[in-house]
Design a binder for this molecule. Structure first.
Ligand code: LLP
Length: 432
């Protein structure tokens, strides 16, 4: 039944998550409800940290890509686990600061950082900017000068790689809104310009090929291309990068047909490719950073809903409507994302009811998943959607003025609220 090792069932046939009875949690907190398995998040952070140190060297390590799930508690966990973070907006930075995260270990991304964000980040002591364009390079340099700060930066380079993922989440190809491409020679000009910025310390390069990537070769190709680029720059401008940040993107198993990506093995394969390439070219091996988001939090998440209307469209199909929808999980609507859905109240029963699981928004595209096979539901059953820890809460909206669900953390048999359930008053808070 389970696709994740933190999912099981009680003897009475109730679905469990992180060893907890999901129906009891739904009763305690109400639905829709985001659950997060804190122990799983910590386990993943440690696995990345240990494997990266072992295979890339002691200074290498992961940065948690906090766009995957951003709320104060998650930055506290990253801090406690001793890993850095990637932020992409003033809002994520603000949240990290509010959580007491030391942002000297934070990397500020984004293809269109505003002046206010640049100013705020430098004032807050941001560790690094990942600079996306020439214009931004100039803006950061000028603001660093104004604040009399020597600002560390990486350059976002587009390696020109097809990551074989959904085109909405692919970023490594030349025609991308992110970064400067090697193929067009703009990456070279970009580096030359960065080296001439008096108030910037160029620490190296960054690339990110895409998200939900299963083919380890893609990262090995990225290493190959980025090291070739670094060698060209070394020969031309006598500059060697101290850091190479390979971005995020490791794929996650949402349904049984997805492969299970072996984090340690994938990191080792990339490290072997890096070692060989550096030996071949004579480039000093850089510190390697990676930015896993999805693969740290996705299977640490589960969303619980309550079954509402169940109807059959004669000669067509069955619909199961739940009390959430595209407001708390827009990923099917956006990417046709696949999910495993289970009837948590009847996890011991044979799945024999094929239906489309739909939300309560006033929109036909408000679908969580089509054609799922679950134990026949009755109104009031608890319905679980697995692997919702990444890009669900962080992409949630108040469409139809539906308040966002709370985030409840599960750890060592305990449960606590990390993000409160929104109220109607919260929804109108900024209405004047
Ligand atoms: N680093 C950079 C520069 C990125 O752009 C991203 C993701 C990551 C790291 C983290 O990638 P991950 O390990 O999570 O795959 N909303 C989409 C995903 C968008 C990913 C954007 N960038 C989704 O729900 O699938």
């Amino acid at each position: 039944m389970a696709i994740c090792d933190n999912v099981g069932k009680t003897e009475a046939g109730i679905l469990t998550f992180a060893g907890r009875n999901t129906v009891e949690l739904a009763e305690k907190y109400g639905t829709p409800l985001y659950l997060m398995d804190e122990d799983k998040i910590r386990e993943k952070m440690r696995r990345y940290k240990n494997a990266m140190k072992e295979y890339f060297g002691p200074e290498s390590g992961p940065l948690y890509a906090s766009k995957a799930a951003s709320f104060k508690r998650i930055y506290e966990i990253a801090k406690e686990e001793g890993i850095g973070i990637d932020v992409v907006s003033g809002g994520e930075l603000y949240t990290a600061l509010a959580a007491g995260f030391d942002v000297s270990n934070a990397f500020f991304h984004g293809n269109n950082k505003t002046y206010d964000e640049i100013k705020f980040a430098i004032e807050s002591g941001i560790g690094y900017f990942v600079v996306d364009s020439l214009k931004e390079l100039d803006e950061i340099n000028r603001e660093a000068e104004r604040q009399k700060v020597k600002q560390k930066v990486l350059l976002r380079i587009t390696p020109g790689i097809d990551s074989h993922t959904n085109k909405k989440i692919a970023t490594g190809n030349v025609d991308s809104k992110f970064g400067m491409a090697i193929a067009t020679y703009q990456a070279h000009e970009f580096t030359y310009a960065a080296l001439r910025c008096e108030w910037l310390e160029l620490c190296g390069y960054h690339c990110h090929v895409g998200s939900q990537v299963f083919v380890a070769d893609v990262f090995e190709d990225a290493v190959d291309i980025m090291i070739d680029f670094a060698v060209e720059i070394k020969e031309k401008y006598d500059y060697e990068p101290q850091i190479l940040n390979l971005g995020g993107g490791f794929g996650v198993r949402y349904v049984k047909s997805h492969p299970e990506l072996d984090i340690e093995k994938s990191i080792r394969d990339v490290a072997v490719a890096l070692e060989a390439k550096c030996n071949e070219t004579g480039l000093t091996k850089p510190i390697i950073l990676m930015e896993p988001g999805r693969s740290i939090v996705a299977d640490a998440g589960m969303t619980l809903y309550t079954a509402g209307v169940i109807k059959q469209i004669t000669s067509f199909k069955n619909y199961l409507a739940i009390d959430g929808g595209m407001g708390d999980n827009p990923r099917f609507a956006l990417y046709d994302a696949e999910y495993t859905v289970l009837n948590a109240s009847r996890a011991g029963k044979h799945p024999d009811y094929i239906c489309s699981v739909v939300g309560k928004c006033c929109e036909s595209g408000d679908i969580i998943q089509e054609g799922v096979n679950i134990a026949k539901p009755q109104k009031g059953d608890i319905i679980a959607v697995l692997t919702t820890g990444a890009y669900n809460y962080s992409m949630a909206s108040n469409y139809n003025r539906i308040p966002k669900p709370p985030v409840v953390m599960l750890s060592g048999g305990e449960d606590y609220v990390a993000v409160k359930r929104e109220t109607y008053a919260d929804v109108i808070r900024n209405d004047v």
